[in-house]
Design a protein around this ligand. Structure first.
Ligand code: 0PR
Length: 395
């Protein structure tokens, strides 16, 4: 049984239909992404229409466009809609499992184009560091400010100092504070260096809340942005897996197009061979179902709740980061973030930390209501009081 350390033999006889009951029992024992108490991950429950699309296209191979023409068309339509949203209707793109595979694929395409190193802010997602390790690319780490946003001058200094042929990778919605790197400021300082944007979190939120608040630019409207990734399973309300990597330059895209002679004359896209079309069908369905109007409504509401959480946390004596996207790192000047985190986890709050700032991270995704936030902050305040009074007693 999962969760037990024991030798598990390959069964002699099948359990037949009993496996259905076993599955029900086992899956009831752990939380689901998008549960009420799931506040850490940048994930929510999928839209029913997206889940349906996922199930329907699960057994279609996106990497065999000869037989699965419809699936291939869904990819092209999804890429076109996202390119339109993000400033380049001509963008080409591939499906990925999610943010990590997008980062790996984008960096691979750049490495093949002759870029042997990459400059990344300290706040880039760990999958970027992992990808560079796999690809044996050198990493130069740029400084970030107190919100963990890249310091553009630090990037320029690295470009000037290094003799390497470097590219830059920036984040639109980083993992710990959710802020968007000022991609335009970096472009203005080093206009000839190509920029990849990891918009796994912000790609499908920022365009929909821009009307009501000022956000840094990060998309293809900036000349040196050559690739941009975003995730359906983070903010497109799809099941996992669902990532899209867009390329603004044909040469880079061609680096992830492969021959597949034995399967016919069609090309293979991206780093995997067999790939379920569920990933794109689910995102295609979410976009068609919601449209711009639907996304604006959903993420407008997430931001309203995030602003509410920010104000209430301030009034309760915490030091939250101001939410640029619906994500907050909560700190307290006297209390350890790690202790808060473990106490919250102990009572069932599925939260993560923001280790660079020593706090607890919450993401206000579409399943998170004001009532959930109030219940969470009530618990947080109680825990903080508890820790403080036990520290006073011990002294
Ligand atoms: N880029 C950024 C900015 C990310 O925050 C992440 C993951 C990735 C790339 C990697 O994406 P994939 O996980 O799709 O490869 N951020 C998620 C988060 O912090 C990771 C995650 C997801 C963690 C689900 C826990 C979890 O239950 O929410």
């Amino acid at each position: 049984m999962p969760g037990h350390i024991e030798v598990c033999k390959f069964p002699e006889k099948g359990l037949r239909d009993k496996v259905f009951d076993l599955l029900n029992e086992l899956s009831g024992r752990e939380p689901e992404l998008g549960d009420q108490r799931s506040l850490g991950p940048m994930m929510s429950a999928p839209l029913p229409v997206s889940l349906k699309a996922h199930m329907v296209f699960l057994r279609r191979n996106l990497n065999d466009p000869h037989w699965f023409r419809v699936s291939a068309d869904l990819l092209h339509e999804t890429v076109a809609m996202l390119g339109d949203l993000l400033g380049n209707p001509e963008a080409q793109g591939v499906s990925t499992y999610g943010g990590s595979e997008s980062n790996l694929t984008a960096l691979y395409a750049l490495r093949e184009a002759g870029y042997e190193s990459v400059i990344v802010p300290r706040s880039a997602h760990t999958s970027v560091f992992k990808a560079c390790r796999v690809l044996r690319m050198r990493i130069f780490v740029a400084d970030v400010d107190e919100e963990l946003r890249v310091v553009p001058e630090s990037v320029r200094a690295i470009v000037r100092e290094t003799k390497d042929n470097s590219a830059i990778l920036l984040t639109a919605g980083n993992t710990e504070t959710g802020v968007i790197d000022d991609v335009r400021a970096v472009h203005d300082l080093v206009p000839d260096t190509p920029i990849l944007v990891d918009a796994a979190f912000g790609g499908l939120i920022a365009p929909f809340i821009r009307g009501t608040r000022k956000l840094p630019d990060f998309d293809f409207r900036i000349d040196s942005v050559v690739a941009l990734s975003l995730d359906g399973h983070k903010t497109g309300l799809t099941p996992i897996p669902s990532g899209i990597l867009l390329f603004g330059m044909e040469d880079l895209y061609n680096n992830v197009v492969f021959e597949s002679e034995y399967m016919g004359s069609e090309k293979q896209l991206s780093l995997l061979w067999t790939r379920t079309a569920a990933s794109v069908a689910s995102l295609w369905a979410s976009i068609k179902y919601l449209g711009r109007e639907g996304f604006e409504k959903i993420y407008g509401e997430c931001m309203r709740i995030a602003d509410y959480a920010y104000e209430r946390l301030l009034s309760e004596g915490f030091s939250p980061t101001r939410p640029e996207l619906p994500l907050i790192c909560i700190r307290h000047h006297e209390l350890s973030g790690i202790e808060l985190l473990w106490r919250l986890r102990k009572i069932g709050w599925y939260v993560y930390s923001c280790p660079s700032l020593g706090g607890v991270k919450i993401t206000i995704m579409p399943h998170v209501t004001k009532e959930i936030i109030d219940a969470f902050i009530d618990d947080l305040v109680r825990i903080a009081k508890d820790i403080r009074s036990s520290t006073t007693l011990n002294n």
